[in-house]
Write a protein that binds this ligand. Structure first.
Ligand code: NAD
Length: 251
């Protein structure tokens, strides 16, 4: 349950910092209606990620990924709206206090909320491209294509894939470099809604801590980095951040 004490504690660390980097995971979008992968009711408790989200399996048989996307993710992704946590980060950036959002999320909600400097470590599942000619497609085009075929294809007949990092693939170099640079330059790393078990992304808050930044973790469950943190708040993120930063929540 959210307490006044939690709100004040978070506000205090935010007010004491000049350069904040937010590091976000699936939990920041949970209150927007997008299920997390791990934790209670998480997607990977029902679907085997090896089969539905690995590059090896995708190359062998892309129909698994596309069925998973059509049945589980497509409608959720299009209906989700940014929540109070996304909006609070936009406001901190507008006030000149937050320099970047580094996200593991693939839902594009930070950008839709209005965040300008967003580094996506795992890509974005509202963008797609052809595995043969690299032409890009948007979600509406994919939705229409999936009504006609199980595996959408490009005009050049190449198989389409999401612009996300599947298990077994490398992270985008530019986003990772920028994330490390932001971690080393910030004075507060605000981790929001991440289990901090997916590497190498989970190293980013550690880089910030090692470079002398404060580390604040907002996550409903404990994380392996809690012992390194200056502040840990085990509470849902949306209302907490909206109240700490004083923005209106999207309800
Ligand atoms: P994760 O599923 O491993 O962990 C999410 C964490 O968020 C959990 O520890 C959970 O306790 C916490 N949480 C759940 N609801 C919360 C809330 N309302 N407020 C605060 N915390 C909450 O997610 P992860 O750490 O981001 O790493 C897993 C991978 O999952 C990433 O690679 C990411 O690409 C992918 N993913 C993304 C989305 C998305 O884009 N929205 C959704 C699911 C998974």
């Amino acid at each position: 349950m959210l307490t006044e004490q939690d709100i004040l504690a978070l506000r205090r660390v935010i007010d004491a910092s000049r350069r904040i980097m937010a590091f976000t995971g699936a939990g920041v979008s949970e209150e927007s209606g997008i299920p997390t992968y791990r934790g209670h009711g998480g997607t990977w408790t029902k679907y085997d990620p090896e089969k539905y989200a690995s590059i090896d399996y995708f190359r062998r048989d892309p129909s698994y990924f596309w069925r998973f996307f059509r049945e589980v993710r497509m409608d959720i992704m299009s209906k989700a709206q940014p929540n109070g946590a996304h909006l609070a980060l936009v406001e901190l950036e507008r006030r000149g206090r937050l320099s970047a959002v580094v996200t593991q999320n693939i839902d594009g909600l930070h950008q839709r909320a209005g965040s300008q400097q967003v580094y996506e470590l795992h890509g974005n599942t509202t963008r797609f491209y052809c595995t043969r000619c690299r032409e890009y497609y948007d979600l509406d085009t994919i939705r229409a294509a999936l009504q006609k075929e199980d595996v959408p294809h490009c005009g050049c007949s190449g198989v389409l894939r999401p612009d996300v990092v599947l298990f077994g693939e490398f992270l985008p170099e530019f986003a990772m470099e920028r994330a490390i640079a932001e971690a080393q330059a910030c004075d507060l790393c605000l981790v929001i809604g991440s289990s901090l078990v997916v590497y190498p992304a989970a190293n980013i808050p550690l880089y910030a801590k090692q470079a002398g930044a404060q580390l604040a973790i907002i996550n409903i469950d404990p994380t392996p980095l809690d012992d390194y943190a200056d502040l840990v708040l085990n509470t849902p993120a949306a209302e907490l951040l909206a109240k700490a930063v004083e923005v209106q929540e999207n309800k």
